[in-house]
Design a protein around this ligand. Sequence first.
Ligand code: COA
Length: 174
Amino acid sequence: MTQCAITSKGPEFTMERTALYPGSFDPMTHGHADIIERGLRLFDRIIVGVAVNISKKPLFSLEERVGFLEARFPQAEVEIAHLDGLLVDEAKRLGCVAILRGIRNGSDFDYEFRMTCMNGHLAPELETVFLMADPEHLFVSSSLIKEVARFGGEITDFVPEDVAQALGERLGDQ
Ligand code: COA
């Protein structure tokens, strides 16, 4: 999509810059939301891609994970999509110029480094942009929140209300 700005040199047409923010989002947390909100300072549009990570067995269905994100981000600049195939192919199909990821610590960095090298090899035209996670969310992960919820701990500091409720219903009596 193109955008038009009137400058002192006349109208200037620029391409809208879209980033793809992929992840499992099982479920989404305030940490993910923070990355999306800050990503919107850099990009015109963010597509949040709910992807398949073959090494994870999700608690929530794809539709549920997409639904939590849609409820949290109703605005037009954030689109929620289901990613089916190879990340770089999906990013190109969706017209993205970059992949956006959050980094919390050194182990995230090691993992992201390998993924970025592979994605860069497969699609050199796509950049990966990292945002450092907000210090408040450095220790948060979806698995840890599920573990706390399973044992009846308080999770409302980490996830939106609808997610907290769904976690309580799904895990509360296990
Ligand atoms: N705040 C809080 N938690 C965060 C966070 C943040 N800012 N950023 C990440 N996390 C957590 C997530 O909750 C998640 O926790 P969990 O492991 O307990 O579930 C963990 O960090 C990392 O997960 P996520 O960011 O969701 O990424 P992922 O590793 O599950 O996703 C894909 C990886 C989906 C991007 C990758 O598997 C992929 O690209 N798949 C498509 C197929 C493909 O192209 N594969 C080749 C890739 S080279």
